[in-house]
Design a binder for this molecule. Structure first.
Ligand SMILES: C[S@@+](CC[C@H](N)C(=O)[O-])C[C@H]1O[C@@H](n2cnc3c(N)ncnc32)[C@H](O)[C@@H]1O
Length: 287
């Protein structure tokens, strides 16, 4: 089921992620189990809980929560990329059971709940999730939207674990240098733009929003990569997507693969990441 009562994203917003959808589905790591449990706990004991997932990508968060919350009643999955939404639908359809799913092709800040059918109540999400996606969005406007649409005691989770661009290991530093040798020193964010750090921290955004009761949860995750999986992962990113390299992409991949082979031990590379969840609610008196 899809609904489109909101303005469609601009073509620029769409193309950045569209081409990456297949590689994203194949190579991106999932959400750590401990983080999934934390999110599931926010829904425990609620009747017919609704999840609103912003920047759903291939549906990793709803997929994990569908398994962890057997009573989950409905999922609203929002993304600017139709290709990502198609992947999310394919991943979620087989596991939905009685849970219903709506795919919303929109920018997160412009999301609106579907108009209720006669006799039905307005949908009020109990949990809003933004996983590895908040930095792409106009944060304050997204939090205002969340304030408008959610249940009074809803939780908002902003979470993620950085990327192989930000990771500080010898092999990721060397890899970053190869990317920079091809694309220039600035981190790219698609074919037209470079990445700019958010002006305010996520905590500052939350402090200025309705969701000021914030707790931070950090989960160390150790990942083992093969050189081929890293090269595949890079294709799914905005900083090393094939389009950025144009006719030099093949040469880049060969060089990156060779470099990763030299750093690999027993054919593998280790990443020690931290997956961080900022879990925010309205103050008790306000909810
Ligand atoms: C890095 S992916 C994360 C996907 C997923 N949440 C995960 O953790 O695997 C970022 C996603 O956010 C989507 N996105 C980017 N800007 C957006 C916006 N303003 N509104 C909604 N979705 C957006 C992209 O299309 C992409 O699917």
């Amino acid at each position: 089921m899809t609904h489109s009562s909101v303005p469609a994203p601009s073509p620029d917003q769409e193309t950045l992620f569209a081409a990456a959808a297949a590689d994203y589905a194949r190579y991106r790591p999932g959400v750590p189990e401990a983080a999934v449990r934390l999110l599931a706990d926010t829904l425990r004991g609620r009747a017919d809980p609704v999840l609103l997932d912003l920047g759903t990508g291939t549906g990793q968060v709803p997929l994990a929560l569908r398994h962890a919350v057997p009573d989950l009643a409905h999922i609203e999955a929002v993304d600017v990329s139709r290709q990502m939404l198609d992947r999310a639908r394919a991943a979620l359809a087989p596991v939905l059971g009685r849970c219903t799913l709506t795919l919303v092709h929109a920018t997160a800040d412009e999301y609106q709940p579907p108009a209720p059918q006669p006799g039905e109540a307005v949908l009020r999400p109990a949990l809003v999730t933004c996983c590895r996606s908040y930095h792409w969005m106009p944060g304050p406007a997204v939090l205002d939207m969340a304030d408008r649409v959610t249940a009074p005691d809803a939780a908002v989770a902003i979470m993620g674990d950085g990327s192989l661009w930000t990771h500080q290991a010898e092999w990721t530093r060397a890899l970053r240098e190869v990317i920079q040798a091809y694309l220039g020193s600035e981190r790219r964010a698609g074919t037209r733009t470079t990445y700019t750090e958010p002006r305010r921290s996520y905590q500052e955004d939350l402090a200025a929003s309705a969701f000021t009761e914030v707790s931070e949860h950090r989960y160390p995750v150790a990942r083992t990569w093969t050189p081929a999986a890293v090269v595949g992962y890079l294709r799914s990113t905005s900083f090393a997507h094939p389009d950025l390299f144009q006719e030099r992409h093949e040469a880049f991949e060969a060089e990156a693969h060779h470099l990763l082979d030299t750093y690999a031990k027993d054919g593998t590379l280790q990443e020690e990441a931290v997956f961080t969840v900022l879990l925010a609610r309205r103050p008790k008196a306000a909810s």
